[in-house]
Design a protein around this ligand. Structure first.
Ligand code: NI
Length: 166
């Protein structure tokens, strides 16, 4: 059973900039495990700590959503240091139910950060994986897919949410 509920937009934690993680202690390791379970249960291909109500710079990514082994990537304090190319594709988000938005992303990126053991990570990603990283890192900066949507689409979502339809 996932131990965490997914926070739904427009919750405040999803609009705030998350804090860097100073110490990778048991709390952070446990949070990463809980987020991974929650992501697989959803199912989703990525999750950021603010999506479970924790304003910390931590993401979990698995482009197979657990269908294949060894695809889980956990990054503490991830940062995009290089970007190349542009591609528009539709995206969904576990925190923005029933909504897909076209988002323009870099086609190839270089992500730096650290793993749960504190070792430096350097991940080159392209295509779908690069898109997931950019989406999850957006969450750490208080940005969700609705921020890329038209005013109309955003207000339709907020109206549905207010009426409890999503
Ligand atoms: Ni999302």
């Amino acid at each position: 059973m996932p131990k965490k509920d997914i926070v739904i937009y427009p919750d405040r934690v999803l609009k705030s900039k998350a804090d860097p993680i100073e110490n990778i202690d048991l709390r952070v390791v446990t949070l990463a495990e809980d987020m991974t379970q929650t992501m697989y249960k959803a199912p989703g291909v990525g999750l950021a700590a603010p999506q479970v109500g924790e304003p910390l710079r931590l993401i979990v990514v698995d482009q197979t959503s657990g269908k294949e082994d060894d695809n889980l990537i956990v990054v503490v304090n991830p940062e995009i240091v290089e970007k190349e190319g542009i591609r528009v594709d539709s995206e969904m988000c576990l925190s923005v139910p029933d909504t897909s938005i076209d988002v323009s992303r870099a086609e190839r990126i270089l992500v730096k950060g650290v793993d749960l053991k504190g070792s430096e990570l350097r991940i080159e990603a392209e295509g779908f994986l690069a898109r997931i990283f950019q989406h999850e890192i957006d969450h750490l900066n208080g940005v969700v897919i609705l921020d890329y949507a038209s005013f109309l689409k955003r207000s339709i979502y907020l109206k549905k949410r207010k009426k409890g339809k999503i």
